[in-house]
Design a protein. Structure first.
Length: 261
């Protein structure tokens, strides 16, 4: 979850986060606190408070998924969804909505007193009086957004839902499984499974951002930190482990990058 990057004139620690409550991973939170205390500043990939515009579609334009599943999958879908939504909503659930629910099932929710690991470490940094900044501005994040359309929404169909039901049979509730992988620091498996899900039509919030443009900005700004900088940097785990990791490109720009843990 943690890597060190040493450039000739500056250095930083990279922390890969996911959406998980800090109290569920006390060892990772404690290690993050220690590394922040050893750094002069904290850089967030982007502000956690950036606000995207919401999109909704009339029910008449969305396509319910349950009756397009195989008979066996229909029964399983209805049984699983009883735990996630009111019974009267099951028959009208679109595939996109169902896929989000199946992907996040079992994930612990956040609250002001039980924040995510990213919020908790940012709060600790402020309390430790470390200068706090973002690598990209709110406007740059918003400009990288991709519009949700009804065609994209309805493109998540029965094959994706049946894939997630099969994955759930193999792994248990998927959101809970991801949390366990993170607790066990299995970043490589997180990246592999996330890629597999994407290949099977499962959308994530980052699919609605120009991830490559943001990735380029992150690299440019990490490389260009002022001489003498020593920062703790937060990044989505997918940018530090897996096929879109930025670590090799940092090495190509002259950094020595090593895993901390």
């Amino acid at each position: 979850m943690f890597w060190r990057a040493f450039f000739p004139n500056h250095e930083f620690v990279l922390f890969g986060y996911v959406r998980i409550r800090a109290d569920l991973i006390p060892d990772i939170y404690s290690e993050g606190q220690t590394l922040i205390s050893q750094s002069r500043a904290v850089l967030l990939d982007m502000s956690p408070n950036v606000k995207f515009s919401s999109v909704s579609f009339p029910r008449t334009q969305t396509e319910p998924v349950v009756n397009r599943l195989s008979p066996q999958a229909q029964a399983e879908f209805r049984e699983v969804m009883k735990r996630l939504v009111p019974a009267e909503e099951i028959e009208g659930l679109p595939g996109f909505t169902a896929s989000l629910m199946l992907s996040g099932e079992g994930q612990h929710s956040f609250s002001p007193t039980e924040p995510s690991i990213g919020f908790a470490l940012a709060k600790y940094a402020a309390e430790a009086q470390r200068p706090l900044a973002t690598l990209v501005s709110d406007q740059e994040v918003l400009s990288s957004g991709k519009q949700m359309t009804i065609e994209i929404f309805n493109a998540v169909g029965p094959s994706t839902v049946e894939y997630l039901l099969d994955l759930r049979r193999r792994l248990g509730p998927i959101g809970a499984y991801f949390e366990e992988l993170y607790r066990s620091r299995e970043s490589g498996e997180i990246a592999r499974l996330a890629r597999e899900m994407s290949e099977n039509g499962v959308f994530t919030p980052t699919d609605f951002l120009d991830a490559q443009a943001l990735r380029r900005m992150f690299i440019e700004r990490l490389v260009a930190q002022p001489p003498g900088s020593n920062a703790f940097v937060t990044m989505p785990i997918g940018l530090l482990s897996g096929p879109i990791s930025i670590l090799d490109e940092l090495r190509a720009h002259g950094a020595t990058v090593t895993a901390v843990s």
